[in-house]
Every structure is written in C-alpha cells, then in structure tokens.
Design a protein around this ligand. Structure first.
Ligand code: MV4
Length: 445
C-alpha cells in the first residue's frame, strides 16, 4: 500500500480523499494556491505545499509545480480528484515516468475515451449500444447534409474532443445545418484546439443515467449500479440520485452489463463511469465515459454502503476486486450547494461566509470544505458543499433532504439552497417525472 499520497486538488474532494487516507493509515500531502492558504484541505493534510498563484493555470493545473511538490515530500502516489488534471493523460504519463502512481487509469485508457469518435468506435466494436449516427468525423458541410438526410432530423453535432456540452449544436432542418456546422467547428477549435465534429440522431427528452464501474489491474470489472443525473442546468448537474426513479431491475441488468462491456473493451483500471442517454422507451445509448471519480460518487457510496475512494486507492495499489456487482439497498439524493444566486440566473456569488450552520441528524451527510469565516475565492468552481440524504425509500429521502435543507444556514453569500427547497416540493420531481429538459421550464418562486 502507498505510504504517502499527494492530492492534486482543492475543496471538498481534497478533503474527501484526505479522510479516506487517514482511515487507511496513509500520510497525505495537500497542495494549494495562495488563494487557498486558509482552506481546510491544507489544515487537515499531514503536509501542505504552496504551488502557485490563484489562477488554476498557475497552480492546480501547473504540472511542474505539482511534480516538484510530490518529489520534495516523497509522495509515492498522486490522487487527482475530479476536474483539473484528473483526465489529463500527459499528467498521468509524467507521474508514471517519475515512478509516482497516478490514482486512476493509464494514459492510454484516458486517451481512448477522451476522443469521443474513437470512444464510439470502440463501443460499437464491443457491442455497446450507441446513438445512431455517422461513424467518424464529418468531412464537409455536404457530408453533414447527406448524412442528416439519411439519419433524419433532428440531428446533433458534437465535438470529438468535447464532452459536457461545448461545441454542441442541435439541427432540426437542412436550412440550419451549414451555420450550425461552422459554429460547432469554430467553438470546438477555440475550446479544444481540435475542430473535429461528428453527428448523431438527436434523442428528444432523454434521461441522463450513468453506471458506476470499477476495474482492477487483472481484468476484473464490476458495476455499482446507476445514478440519475437528469436534473442539470446548462450541463451543470444540480441533483443526482441513486437508484434512478426510472430504473427497473431489467434495465439495470442490461445497462450494467453494457457498462461492464464498455470498461472491459479498454481493459479499464480504476473506478469510472459510463454515461448513457435513456429515451422514454428505455432504450439506452452510450454517451461518454468519465475516467475519474465524479462529484456525485457519494450517492453510490450511500446506497451500496461502500467507500469508492478507498476502493480506487486499493485498485491503484494493485489489489484485486471480486468482480461481483453491487445493488442499491437504500435511496440517496445529493444536492449541490453552490455559491450562486438561483433568483438571478444562478450568477456566481463568491465572498465571505459570515454565518454557517450545517445540517445533521439521521440520514444526512455533508461533504464540504467551508467553515464560518471562510472566503469563497472567485477563481474556481462555485460548489461549496454536497448535501446527501439517505433513506429506505425515495419519498423518505426527499423528505429528509427537505428537512436538512431547511436546517442549513449560510449567510454572506447567495446559495442554491432556496432552489433545492423548491425542487424537493415540486410534484413532478417527487413523482420521478423528469428528463434533462426539466429545469428549462422550472421557475423559481
Ligand atoms: C445528446 C442529446 C440528445 N441526443 N446526444 C449533452 C452533454 C454531452 N455529454 C451530450 N449531451 C447530449 N447529447 C444525442 N444524440 C442530449 C444531450 C443533452 C444532455 C445530456 C445529458 C444531460 C443533460 C443534457 C442536456 C442537454 C442536452
């Protein structure tokens, strides 16, 4: 087992990793930007190294600074968390070249899923269902036109280097396609330095349901059931839950098996997630694979009673998994508490938390790095806590969540708590009646 892990991240996920390391008897090294010198991850780690100025490029994305911190502290592994360098294959390669274990998949695995057209081809070969479309990149506007005619409108254009919505355009008729193609290409070039675009049939009002998987270094892969992440706004998830209210035992079996096939197709090692679109007929289609631990991993932990970070570290250290699947025995919901104003188009609201009361009690988990007096810096994402409610049924989990939200006091900054309070009382949400379009029509009171 590792003796010392450097956590190349900040905020709640840095703290999350430190907690598991402490339980496992592994020493921890925090790295931090000058903006984060008063952060809890700095205080809770055994050692801490400043890696630069506030901007991510100067600190949490600065590979030489992070490698220097790992070398001077003698860390034998690096946990990247999510975001920042978590899916950067160059970073994973540099770690390997320095004899430091990157706690995650190999650079090849990251690359094979990072390029979406390559990933899709791999999935087709493996027999995983994908959205009907053009196999490969679009070569020209004419190619796009003839392909869309064959597939049938509406179609969606996506960036092969994308993910999470950037460089995406929905096209409902031929008259729009030239403009959409050029716009998607320009956006992809600007965002990813790669202007490759591909085309799929547009699935109307889908649900976003993802399967958590784990694979070890010996070819054993298992799934750990699903999370429903349909409640999102502008590709930012706000609420996640497990099990999905749309799930059936039969669909879970089919999606779980497809996810295992997807992971096996690239000999996947570590924990990871296969994202699917699910249509109203319960057809599901591979969308992308996240080769990292995700923000919403906690809902899975709560419903299967399993520490995913511990498992990820054990796998990285070369331990075997049994290969048996995990099924939910509880219901968990996670609300992302962001420093944003839900009454003002979710505008970021950084600043000092003057008063803080955190909820607790039966069935409540809070993963957060903030405290009274903490100043939320403007440089990073706005998530300040994850509030997770766990109960035996979905209805009870919603009631527990509503109770916990109403106990939460955060003063000094605006937060998404008022939004979540209203959502937990929404009739369609309570019925499990929602798709990825739900928040387009949801209005704050
Ligand atoms: C789609 C789609 C409908 N049809 N692909 C959005 C982010 C990126 N990962 C893929 N996305 C979508 N791809 C086809 N063929 C609808 C979306 C989509 C979406 C997906 C999941 C969660 C929220 C979403 C919101 C808008 C669009």
């Amino acid at each position: 087992m590792f003796k010392k892990i450097l956590i190349a991240n900040r905020g709640e996920i840095a703290l999350r990793v430190i907690r598991t390391c402490r339980e496992m008897g592994i020493k921890t090294v925090a790295v931090y930007s000058t903006a984060d010198k008063d952060s809890l991850h700095v205080k809770f780690a055994d050692e801490a190294v400043c890696i630069g100025k506030p901007s991510s490029a100067d600190s949490y994305l600065n590979i030489p600074h992070i490698m220097a911190a790992a070398e001077i502290t003698n860390a034998d592994a690096i946990h990247p968390g999510y975001g920042f360098l978590a899916e950067n294959s160059k970073f994973a390669k540099i770690c390997a070249d320095h004899g430091i274990k990157f706690i995650g998949p190999t650079p090849d695995m990251i690359n094979s899923m990072g390029d979406k057209v390559t990933a899709k081809k791999t999935m087709i070969k493996a027999g995983v269902p994908v959205v009907p479309g053009v196999e490969g990149l679009l070569e020209s506007v004419d190619h796009a036109k003839t392909s869309a005619k064959e597939i049938g409108y509406p179609v969606i254009l996506k960036a092969t280097a994308g993910g999470g919505g950037k460089g995406m355009r929905v096209v409902s008729q031929e008259s729009e396609i030239e403009k959409a193609f050029e716009a998607a290409k320009a956006e992809a070039a600007a965002s990813f330095k790669n202007d490759g675009i591909y085309m799929e049939k547009f699935v109307e009002e889908p649900r976003h349901i993802e399967i958590q998987i784990a694979g070890d270094q010996y070819g054993n892969v298992c799934h750990l059931s699903e999370r429903d992440c349909s409640i999102q706004r502008r590709h930012q998830k706000l609420v996640e839950e497990s099990p999905s209210p749309f799930m059936t035992d039969e669909l879970r079996e089919r999606m779980g098996n497809a996810a295992i096939k997807a992971a096996q197709a690239i000999n996947y090692e570590s924990v990871g997630t296969i994202e699917f679109l699910v249509d109203k007929h319960r057809n599901f289609y591979f969308m992308e694979m996240n080769t990292r631990i995700q923000v919403e991993h906690c809902v899975t932990e709560e419903v299967i009673n399993y520490d995913l970070i511990k498992e990820q570290i054990k796998i990285a250290a070369g331990e075997k998994i049994t290969g048996k699947n995990y099924y939910p025995v509880m219901h968990a919901i996670e609300c992302r508490i962001n420093a944003e104003d839900p009454h003002n188009d979710f505008r970021p609201s950084p600043g000092k938390i003057t008063v803080l009361h955190t909820p607790g009690g039966h069935g409540v988990r809070v993963d957060s790095h903030v405290y009274a007096g903490y100043v939320i810096p403007p440089y990073y994402d706005s998530m300040i806590a994850k509030l997770i409610a766990v109960a035996q049924t979905r209805e009870e989990a919603i009631d527990t969540m509503h109770r916990a939200l109403s106990e939460y006091v955060i003063e000094g900054v605006k937060t998404t708590i008022p939004f979540h309070l209203q959502l937990m009382q929404n009739e369609d949400f309570r019925k499990g009646n929602f798709t990825t379009k739900f928040l387009e029509t949801f209005k704050m009171k």
